[in-house]
Ligand binder design. Structure first.
Ligand SMILES: *Cc1c(COP(=O)(O)O)cnc(C)c1O
Length: 380
């Protein structure tokens, strides 16, 4: 990024690539002998697709999934020449030439995408790689079983398309008791029987921890790599992100004083407040007003009043008077408050918190947080 180094910042987002790699190893070990692919769409859930993909490639990952063609270019230089980059949303009209030239693998999700890619392959005079998505029950993307059966019979399909993955997606992978999971697996089994030699994939992060039946040949891990828990059936993973925000101002208010837009919060006694430099423009949800918290030294500091665009206010009355000063940092994501905690307080899912964190935080990618702490200790 062609930006001068900013001498000061309101918040710092740390991305622990060592933890990311440990999560990848844990998922890959759990899924073996199936292969573990990495979902790095949406800028690797907001954490920096190129850096994330490069770290995962060093850990042995060779299968990457993005959502859109433009995102494939973001990771192209980061992954090995021996890697495959799948485009989950498939091909928008006009993307065929770029996709073929750079060797990206479109996931063909319906008739239109299928017909365009086949026509492009015919014109190119050589088979092109593709994945096929089945709709096994989610009604989002994919071909139904009858359409797949037709394709399996279609000789020219086999000549035009080199099919490298048959996939489908689970609607309820985060709810292990839902009957829909097994129903989708059974539907997908029928599709797999049509293409017995083609590798198959059904599991996202949550699906990877349902049962080994869901591993098939490739799992597609996203949120679990980034440290959030994909469902109650999954073990805790290592946190990858931490977010610290700076105190802009500290003040005391008396009984009956209102705070923030709408004066939603009114102090019932004398309170000490800190205003910190993160707001909803930084992806910190407005729904956390009067509901979420920041942390310092193991102490919960509740958000009082509404979250503003660039700031929010926390109650620090329970801290010793000198514990927090202007310019100091408080924890928004870290050892005391996980992505899952914030998502619960905000009434949403960890995916949304993560992907909205935005570009205003100073970002540090740490190669190995544990090693860095050891090295820092060694210097003392
Ligand atoms: C986003 C996505 C994934 C990854 O899902 P997680 O729950 O983050 O692991 C896998 N497959 C498809 C088709 C997706 O769209």
């Amino acid at each position: 990024m062609a930006r001068f180094a900013c001498p000061s910042y309101s918040s710092q987002l740390r991305i622990d690539l060592g933890a990311l790699r440990a999560n990848y190893r844990a998922l890959a070990d759990h899924a073996a002998p199936a292969l573990c692919g990495a979902v790095v769409k949406a800028d690797a859930y907001g954490l920096g697709a190129a850096k994330v993909a490069a770290a995962l490639a060093r850990e042995g990952c060779r299968i990457f999934f993005v959502a859109q063609l433009g995102e494939a270019f973001d990771v192209l230089d980061a992954v090995g020449i021996d890697s495959s980059i799948y485009i989950l949303n498939g091909l928008d009209p006009g993307g065929e030439a770029a996709c073929a030239e750079w060797g990206f693998v479109p996931v063909l999700n319906g008739r239109g995408q299928l017909d365009r890619w086949r026509a492009f392959a015919r014109a190119a005079g050589k088979p092109l790689r593709a994945a096929l998505q089945m709709d096994s029950g989610m009604s989002r993307l994919g071909l139904d079983l009858a359409a797949l059966a037709d394709l399996a019979q279609d000789r020219s399909f086999g000549e035009e398309i080199s099919l490298c993955l048959l996939m489908t997606h689970l609607a309820c992978a985060d709810e292990p008791d839902r009957a829909a999971n097994d129903a989708q697996l059974a539907q997908f089994g029928a599709a797999r029987a049509l293409f017995p030699d083609v590798p198959a994939s059904i599991a996202n992060s949550g699906g990877t921890f349902l049962s080994p039946d869901f591993h098939c040949d490739v799992v597609r891990a996203g949120i679990a790599l980034y440290g959030a828990r994909p469902g109650p059936q999954a073990p805790p993973l290592r946190p990858v992100v931490s977010l610290d925000a700076r105190v802009i101002q500290i003040r005391e208010i008396g009984e009956g004083t209102g705070v923030g837009y709408g004066l939603d919060y009114v102090a019932d006694t004398r309170r000490r407040l800190a205003t910190i430099g993160v707001g909803y423009a930084d992806g910190w949800p407005r729904s956390l007003g009067g509901n979420g918290a920041a942390w310092l030294d193991g102490q919960r500091l509740p958000i009082v009043g509404r979250v503003s665009m660039d700031s929010l206010t926390i109650d620090i009355s329970d801290l010793p008077p000198t514990a927090l000063g202007e310019g100091d940092f408080v924890e928004l994501l870290g050892p005391h408050q996980s992505l899952d905690d914030v998502a619960r307080d905000a009434g949403t899912i960890s995916y949304e918190i993560l992907t909205r964190l935005g570009r205003r935080h100073a970002r540090v990618h740490v190669e190995d947080q544990a090693a860095e702490i050891v090295a820092a200790g060694a210097r003392i």
